[in-house]
Design a protein around this ligand. Structure first.
Ligand SMILES: Cc1ncc(COP(=O)(O)O)c(C=O)c1O
Length: 379
């Protein structure tokens, strides 16, 4: 199956008892057994639930993996990955990453003796320099949030393999429509499915996909033992969202390009961060690694003024000022006070997340309406 067919049919089967074309919401916590241990593959819904299984199979299919795991949130999925490690182990992570991921690493797992190094991964040597015999995991987020830097997954995977270190990629911004990290040598793909995979801003859910059976078994063990699973209703919503991923992403990319070019040519805008520009520092890697450049854009108005940025986001009418991204509707965010507030100001500014930065998640509305909205808000 090709990608567009996989998002609809990959890993799916009609429901055997009724022939229901779509997997129903199996709203049950437990399953009848004929005799102890004699059942139809399901015992208790923390361990497995048929609606979640259908979603997990779909996720594995679209990411070109073998095993999918769904969790109650993107951070719950990340939490399970870090629980593969133990005290004394070290992780090398992208320095410019989602604030909540940074908080999970530094405020939770550092307390359990795991050490995190945050490095700019545009320079592969910077990663190699930090590797020592305790290094167990490299954590990559690309495109990065909100700077839209692009990290060369294949190049990082070569380093990971050389030193026998696991490579996990947060594929939330790109989605498998744009890039498939397992094909580029990653061991684990992670998603905040809350974003593009769900696609309708109506559910919080996380996902992991892997190819290796042993790794999958360790993660399934953690998923069941720690219990941060998603419910059947939420699994259903993401499964339903996935079926239009390809058409939504195509439009997100088209609208994203028009918005990026509009902002780039706007006399009041200082800087636009979008990997589709030929002068973007990582454009070559983006072009090779991704099918298109996505609908996420960050920008800074001239003067670099905090009040000006706040005025723009307050003036927007079709773009909604809100946390999150990846839904059909356009959203605007102010990273310094919203998504990245959990990163200390000095750390944030080192990587370019200044107080005047605005981040857009360009939706799939009529592009003329989006441009008119930006025009009236920026003035
Ligand atoms: C890139 C990225 N990774 C992880 C997360 C965390 O996902 P969730 O909010 O579903 O826990 C987010 C949420 O914004 C994100 O943007």
């Amino acid at each position: 199956m090709r990608f567009n067919t996989k998002v609809i049919h990959g890993g799916q089967a009609h429901e055997p008892t009724t022939g229901a074309v779509m997997t129903p919401i199996f709203q049950t916590s437990t399953y009848a057994q004929l005799s102890p241990g004699k059942h139809q593959g399901y015992e208790y819904s923390r361990t497995a639930n048929p609606t979640r299984t259908a979603l997990e199979n779909s996720l594995a299919s679209i990411e070109n993996g073998q095993f999918g795991l769904a969790f109650g949130s993107g951070l719950a999925a990340m939490d399970a990955v870090i629980k593969l490690l133990g005290p004394g182990d070290e992780v090398i992570s992208t320095n410019d990453l989602y604030g909540g991921s940074y908080r999970l690493f530094t405020k939770i797992f550092e307390n359990y003796g795991i050490k995190f190094h945050f490095v700019s991964m545009q320079d592969i040597k910077a990663i190699e320099d930090k590797i020592n015999r305790n290094t167990k995991l490299i954590w990559v987020e690309t495109p990065t949030n909100p700077m839209m830097n692009i990290i060369d997954i294949e190049a990082v995977s070569k380093v990971a393999k050389k030193y026998n270190v696991l490579l996990a990629v947060d594929n939330t911004f790109a989605t498998p429509y744009l890039q498939q990290p397992l094909n580029l040598g990653a061991d684990i793909v992670m998603h905040s499915a809350t974003k593009y995979l769900g696609g309708h801003s109506d559910v919080v859910l996380g996902a992991l996909v892997v190819k290796d059976k042993d790794l999958a078994d360790r993660l399934y063990f953690i998923q069941n033992a720690s219990g941060a699973i998603c419910g059947p209703q939420d699994s259903f919503l993401v499964l339903r969202g996935l079926k239009t991923l390809h058409v939504r992403m195509q439009r997100h990319c088209e609208n994203g390009r028009t918005v990026a070019e509009y902002l780039f040519n706007h006399p009041k805008i200082e800087k636009v961060y979008w990997p589709g520009f030929e002068n973007h520092p990582n454009h070559r890697v983006a072009k090779e690694q991704m099918k298109d450049f996505g609908g996420m854009i960050s920008f800074v108005a001239k003067g670099g003024n905090f009040e000006e940025a706040i005025k723009i986001v307050e003036n927007l009418k079709i773009f909604t000022l809100a946390e999150s991204l990846g839904g059909v509707e356009s959203l605007a965010g102010h990273p310094a006070s919203m998504t990245h507030a959990s990163i200390p100001k000095a750390e944030r500014e080192k990587i370019g997340v200044v107080d005047s930065m605005i981040r857009l998640s360009v939706g799939i509305e009529d592009i003329e309406d989006l441009i008119e909205d930006l025009k009236q808000a920026i003035g």
